[in-house]
Design a protein around this ligand. Structure first.
Ligand SMILES: CC(C)(COP(=O)(O)OP(=O)(O)OC[C@H]1O[C@@H](n2cnc3c(N)ncnc32)[C@H](O)[C@@H]1OP(=O)(O)O)[C@@H](O)C(=O)NCCC(=O)NCCS
Length: 183
């Protein structure tokens, strides 16, 4: 980011507002994930179904970034409920105490994306920080593809650390699960 990097506006959306932004959110997704859209798991209808499910959860929050009234990216997530199935696809042995969810412990960062033309300006970092600011959970979790070098590099530089491999759904890829201490 340089002194001349334009500063986006960041707005927080609740579940109702997420529905109002449907077309814009899907347009950004379609652009960012253009090469994967033919895979059923990454198809636009499946993606929207996932967003609707996330938005129905307690603790849901989304942050959208805009420049010149154009959506440049967004991030969203929700609080894992008690007994969440989030960790059921974990393939590595970890301390079981790490996998206990009580409905207050963990914020799941489900999506973060920035349109290609606006990358490497620090905008993902700003979306990330805006989404996590003021959260009451003690930690956050996310899933990242092992070959997603830009995202992995970003998360490591933002103090996230790996927990193990996790496949969230039968037809989903195997991801690396990461954690971030929020306290
Ligand atoms: C990952 C993503 C959100 C990063 O967005 P961004 O706005 O470019 O990120 P930032 O400018 O805030 O960069 C933060 C850090 O990420 C890392 N990074 C970002 N892009 C990178 C790249 N192409 N190669 C290596 N490191 C990269 C760097 O450490 C960077 O810090 P630096 O610019 O000071 O070196 C963006 O590449 C994206 O939308 N990718 C497609 C969607 C996606 O994969 N989302 C994550 C799913 S888990």
């Amino acid at each position: 980011m340089t002194a001349s990097t334009p500063i986006p506006t960041f707005d927080r959306l609740n579940a109702t507002e997420l529905h109002q932004y449907r077309d814009e959110l899907l347009a950004v997704y379609t652009e960012v994930y253009a090469e994967q859209l033919d895979t059923p798991f990454f198809s636009v209808p499946r993606y929207w179904d996932r967003l609707v499910a996330y938005a129905s959860r307690d603790g849901f929050s989304a942050v959208v970034g805009r420049l010149d009234n154009q959506l440049i990216g967004y991030a969203l997530g929700y609080t894992l409920p008690p007994g969440s199935r989030w960790w059921s696809g974990l393939r590595d042995d970890v301390d079981p105490a790490l996998l206990v969810e009580d409905g207050r412990r963990t914020f799941a960062l489900n999506e973060i994306m920035v349109r290609e033309a606006f990358r490497r300006r620090g905008y993902a970092r700003q979306l990330h920080d805006a989404l996590l600011a003021g959260r009451s959970e003690e930690r956050a979790t996310l899933l990242v593809l092992p070959n997603n070098a830009p995202a992995r590099s970003a998360y490591l530089s933002w103090n996230w650390y790996g927990l193990g491999e996790l496949q969230p759904f039968n037809d989903a890829p195997v991801y690396d699960a990461m954690l971030l201490d929020l306290e």
